[in-house]
Design a protein around this ligand. Structure first.
Ligand SMILES: Cc1cc2nc3c(=O)[nH]c(=O)nc-3n(C[C@H](O)[C@H](O)[C@H](O)COP(=O)(O)OP(=O)(O)OC[C@H]3O[C@@H](n4cnc5c(N)ncnc54)[C@H](O)[C@@H]3O)c2cc1C
Length: 638
């Protein structure tokens, strides 16, 4: 293993490793904490929970986000639920089952110790949120209700209708605003983080652009936490918020933070298919619908009859047929691959044959419309508004779409990146989901990171590395400011005529084609060539109107898209180097006779971590994965 990659894993028995680690971490007196400034970027579930908790501990916390309100963070869109091992359904769930499902769900490409800690902490997250007043769904008798998600045979997903992210975010937001009121948190909205400042290799600050005044600003602190979400928008069309981006983590990568498994991206099986070439965003239909909905296609290719005109015996409930044990609850990567494959074989329905049915008819007949409306009402309304079809009467039409990124900045067990003092939380880091995240586990991970893990490990870092405050006039700050100014100037003076979105759309099409649901070596190589040409055209032909003084939405986009180009290249390289199929990374050359992913544990049981080289090709390091409690097995949901 490279010297850059010490994961600082706990030793001894896994079961109480986190408790032992935490108890051994150094502390800081409450008095001293009040003199220490911490920068947190992002107010999604990871950022808001971390900022509120660090402020509660007594730190002076500065929170930056490009949104006007913390409540607009993309976490607000999460629909289906949050996992926790609490055994409320008395169906045999336990911490060890959640641990095993997570590790297996990620196809054994995550760290055992991290998955174990996540499962252990999960129950405490629910307690914390209930105490904040998050209105989780409840059973008639008052106990918390649960439902099932893919890749699990138990019911462990806690939910608030189809608005779980919104309700959890409001809980974290209240906690954050309480700290704003107490003057321990300074909220700086409408700030785009464009550069990381390092001093002697340690993270000490950020350069931001004030999105209203256009001014470039320097913020310094003793430590920096990036909680900036995922990078699915590299595909242009995704279920993510329009402005979700990779700039903060990409800039940190260029400053020395290793990027782990960038090609591990999740294409979610149940999204509303895109309508036309000018669409700018896709909408998710929560996986929770698969609790009651059945996925099917007509047996005959090219069958154009309306769904209700196709008799039962002429339908193919393909997930139930192929995966009798998990049926419609097979994990996302598997369900997406099967849907795409059948559509490619001419079996798809709807315009262009690019969708499959998600049918709630049986459930409505069995349980009544009111019961279904109570569980999924807002999703049903959303579907009707977008598609113009009533999902209570006609099956929904769905198709896979980019949704979540398991890849992210490499972090150790303490959530610290390879840049000392730079912590990365939530979807922005590479952590416990391996090569495929299970549904309802992202909210669990973001809140575990923010409420429970980072507050302990950030304190330990600060306690063990005393350092003086730095002035914003420090040469490192001036350099970072200057290089950002130059980047902005280059984009503004390109003199081209093509809007940013045109390039972003082309980039997305290239990435979905070359590095989407399935990949192969030749396609990845061609993708790299096409990408280089497209990037060149972008810099020569992009048009960014107006100037950098004041609001300039096109400039914001151009900065993000120019970073996506670098990241896209790393994703293609990573996918090419990983000569195996695992989880969502499906290399066509590596599959079993029945079309399932074929892992290569001899050569690839590791996390790939890429180092940026300013004057050459990126270097691939690897962190070996050890399995002591659960041995890697072939992941089968049949
Ligand atoms: C439609 C949808 C439904 C989902 N449903 C579920 C679900 O039911 N269960 C589940 O577990 N997961 C779900 N997920 C995944 C989950 O919502 C996300 O993984 C999670 O919310 C990410 O949280 P986060 O705090 O890491 O980032 P985010 O919520 O994305 O927050 C990122 C923050 O960083 C800020 N930011 C980013 N870049 C910059 C920058 N350069 N400068 C300044 N600020 C910046 C943003 O302003 C924002 O505040 C869903 C995802 C989608 C897209």
């Amino acid at each position: 293993m490279s010297r850059l990659l010490d994961p600082r894993l706990p030793t001894g028995a896994l079961a109480d490793a986190w408790r032992r680690t935490k108890e051994a971490l150094p502390l800081i007196s409450p008095m001293r904490k009040g003199q220490i400034e911490v920068l947190v970027v992002g107010t999604g579930l990871a950022g808001a929970s971390a900022a509120a908790t660090l402020a509660e501990q007594g730190y002076r916390v500065k929170v930056l986000s490009f949104h006007d309100s913390p409540r607009r963070a993309h976490s607000v869109a999460a629909q289906g639920g949050i996992n926790a091992a609490r055994s409320v359904a008395v169906d045999g769930d336990s911490v060890s089952r959640l641990f095993a499902d997570t590790l297996k769900g990620g196809d054994f490409r995550a760290r055992e110790a991290g998955c174990q800690r996540l499962a252990e902490i999960s129950s405490g997250i629910i307690d914390q949120c209930v105490a904040q007043g998050v209105p989780f769904a409840r059973e008639y008798g008052g106990s918390l209700a649960t439902r099932s998600f893919g890749g699990a045979l138990v019911s462990r997903t806690f939910y608030a209708r189809g608005q779980t992210g919104q309700q959890l975010l409001y809980g974290a937001y209240q906690a954050l605003m309480r700290q704003v009121q107490l003057a321990r948190v300074q909220l700086l909205p409408r700030r785009d983080v464009l550069e990381l400042i390092t001093v002697d290799g340690v993270a000490r600050g950020l350069v931001t652009r004030n999105l209203l005044s256009g001014e470039l600003e320097v913020h310094t602190a003793r430590t920096v936490l990036l909680c900036t979400g995922g990078y699915s928008n590299v595909y242009f069309l995704s279920t993510n918020a329009l402005k979700s981006n990779a700039s903060a983590i990409w800039r940190a990568h260029r400053k020395g933070a290793l990027f782990a498994n960038p090609c591990f991206t999740q294409i979610h099986p149940t999204c509303i298919p895109s309508g036309d070439a000018f669409q700018s965003k896709l909408t998710l239909m929560s996986e929770s619908l698969r609790n009651d909905g059945r996925v099917w296609l007509p047996q005959q290719p090219g069958d154009t009859r309306a769904a209700d005109a196709i008799p039962e015996q002429e339908r193919d409930y393909f997930l139930e047929r192929l995966y009798p044990t998990y049926g419609n609850m097979t994990p996302r990567d598997v369900a997406s691959r099967r849907a795409r494959e059948l559509c490619n074989n001419g079996r798809g329905v709807g315009p262009g044959g690019r969708s499959v049915y998600l049918d709630l008819t049986d459930a409505i007949q069995r349980q009544g419309r009111a019961a279904i409306a109570e569980r999924y009402g807002n999703l049903m309304t959303m579907y009707e508004r977008i598609s113009g079809e009533d999902p209570y009467r006609k099956p929904m039409r769905i198709y896979p779409a980019p949704h979540y990124t398991m890849g992210g900045l490499w972090v150790d067990y303490h959530l610290m990146s390879s840049i000392p003092g730079l912590f990365v939380l939530g979807e922005a880091n590479y952590s416990e989901h391996g090569a495929n995240r299970l549904g309802a586990s992202a909210l669990m991970q973001g809140l575990a990171d923010g409420y429970f893990i980072a507050p302990a490990t950030v304190t330990a870092w600060l306690a063990s590395t005393p350092s003086a405050e730095i002035s914003s006039e420090h040469p490192a700050c001036r350099d970072a400011l200057e290089s950002t100014r130059k980047r902005i100037h280059a984009l503004l003076s390109s003199g081209g005529h093509t809007p940013v979105d045109a390039f972003h759309r082309e980039l997305g099409a290239l990435m979905i084609d070359r590095c989407g649901i399935s990949r192969h070596a030749e396609g990845l190589r061609q993708g790299l060539e096409q990408l280089a040409a497209l990037e060149q055209r972008f810099h020569a032909e992009v048009r960014v109107p107006a100037d950098a003084c004041g609001p300039n939405a096109e400039l914001e986009k151009a900065l993000r898209v120019s970073d996506f180009f670098g990241l896209a290249q790393l994703m293609l390289r990573d996918a090419l180097a990983r000569e195996e199929s695992c989880g969502a990374h499906f290399r066509e050359e590596h599959q079993s006779a029945d079309g399932e992913a074929q892992r290569d544990d001899t050569n690839f049981a590791h996390i790939a971590a890429w180092e940026h080289c300013s004057d050459g090709e990126p270097i691939r390091h690897s962190e070996p994965l050890q399995f002591t409690v659960l041995q890697p097995s072939t992941r089968s949901y049949r």
